[in-house]
Design a protein around this ligand. Structure first.
Ligand SMILES: C[C@H](O)[C@H](O)[C@H]1CNC2=NC(N)=NC(=O)C2=N1
Length: 113
């Protein structure tokens, strides 16, 4: 079993090519450690909607997430709203979800822990 802390301790690696795409079983195993995260876009990505009481807290999270993206060189697609952020990770260079997406989802999650 993988835990959220094990994922969050890892660093994203530059991955290129479809061989790095996670299998359904690997994806399921990883998502079991990430509360609220789900497969979206028919297996193309993983995502979660984070809700906040106001715009200030929404943007504080967006900025913290941007810092994670910069540090890891792995970038989420974001939908930014007044009181929520729709976060979606997929690895473009792989053509779908990779281990990097699970790692960044775990780091995103722990920003709020
Ligand atoms: C060279 C650099 O590591 C790549 O271009 C990175 C940058 N950030 C990225 N972010 C995401 N989400 N997917 C990628 O494939 C990706 N590739």
């Amino acid at each position: 079993m993988t835990t959220i802390n094990e994922l969050a301790q890892q660093r994203c690696q530059p991955l290129k090519g479809p061989e790095h795409r996670l299998s359904d079983a690997q994806l399921r195993e990883g998502l079991a450690a990430l509360p609220g995260w789900e497969v979206i876009g028919n297996g193309a990505a993983i995502g979660k909607t984070f809700r906040f009481p106001d715009y200030h807290r929404t943007m504080a999270f967006v900025n913290a997430l941007a810092w994670v993206a910069h540090r890891e060189d792995h970038h989420p697609d974001l939908g930014v709203h007044y009181d929520r952020v729709v976060v979606r990770y997929s690895t473009h260079d792989v053509g779908g979800p990779s281990r990097n997406d699970l790692i960044c989802a775990a780091k995103a999650e722990l920003l709020l822990a």
